[in-house]
Design a protein around this ligand. Structure first.
Ligand SMILES: NC(=O)CC(=O)C(=O)O
Length: 282
């Protein structure tokens, strides 16, 4: 049974296989959102770049104007017909001839209630392993973004954004109850960092953190790690997928967050007289 609305809700992490065919990806996403609702979920979360492969050369081809593009139309309709909140992973967004890596959020009436453009683009150079320069295909966003799901406040990031504790700290300051990061880690960095980062951001901020990947589909240039997971405010992993095409359903009980904050009151112990994290631009 899904948790009662006052204490929390059930969330679906949709770890779908993403292929080089937008129509197929959209059809899969819509079906899985419907299944999430049938399984008692209040919220369904899709992965980063779920409407096309995470390939620099494909970003502009798959880019759409928000909210008039076909991906937004499909997500809005899926949210409305299933009466469910949808965090639409991310898609390449076309805006003023620039391409952003953008997350859209839809309420159960199919209304767009938030967007988030990836602030920290993925840039690594690990010789012989992974070399990726997302800046060659995307423009970074400049704002932090939240939305309200009933009485719970949710902060948004996309993949590489999870590596920056300052951003999560700013969401903690805004009293977010949960952080959501649609993601797509590679096989070199995923095994070492994916779970560590999910747990760290959950513990730092005393929130629930959902890090939602696409499934591992063998591909010549970018192979996704998978392992979508959710950590609770204690830093415990309370649900984790393997690498396969699957959906992870997890019940969130926000009284756990209240208890943690009372029992380990780090929030009240911050020494803002000697250090602070400050939002400079939004
Ligand atoms: N896809 C990403 O943005 C980030 C990533 O894979 C990493 O930080 O590692």
């Amino acid at each position: 049974m899904a948790p009662s609305k006052s204490s929390g809700f059930r969330v679906a992490c949709i770890q779908m296989s993403v292929v080089n065919d937008k129509a197929k990806n959209l059809a899969v996403a819509v079906t899985r959102i419907e299944q999430a609702k049938q399984n008692g979920c209040t919220l369904a979360i899709l992965p980063e770049c779920f409407n096309g492969l995470y390939e620099i050369d494909l970003f502009r081809k798959n880019a759409e104007v928000i909210p008039s593009g076909e991906t937004c139309k499909a997500l809005s309709q899926a949210a409305k017909s299933n009466q469910i909140y949808v965090v639409g992973g991310s898609i390449p967004e076309l805006y003023n001839d620039k391409v952003y890596n953008t997350c859209t959020v839809w309420d159960p009436n199919g209304k767009l209630i938030a967007t988030h453009r990836k602030v920290h683009l993925f840039e690594v150079n690990i010789p012989g392993k992974t070399c990726y320069r997302e800046v060659n295909g995307m423009t970074p966003g400049n704002t932090l973004n939240t939305f309200q799901l009933d009485r719970f406040k949710v902060g948004l990031g996309i993949c590489h954004d999870i590596r920056f504790p300052e951003m999560a700290e700013l969401y903690r300051k805004q009293e977010c109850d949960m952080l959501i990061y649609p993601g797509n880690f590679c096989m070199n960095l995923g095994p070492l960092h994916w779970s560590l980062l999910t747990r760290s951001r959950a513990l730092d901020t005393q929130t629930f953190v959902a890090f939602v990947s696409s499934a591992r589909v063998p591909h010549p240039t970018y192979i996704t790690y998978g392992h979508s997971q959710i950590a609770n405010p204690w830093g415990e992993v309370i649900g984790e997928a393997d690498e396969k095409d699957t959906d992870l359903y997890v019940d969130l009980d926000f009284s756990v967050r209240e208890n943690m904050r009372q029992q380990v009151p780090t929030e009240k112990q911050k020494r803002n007289d000697i250090y602070d994290v400050i939002l400079k631009k939004n």
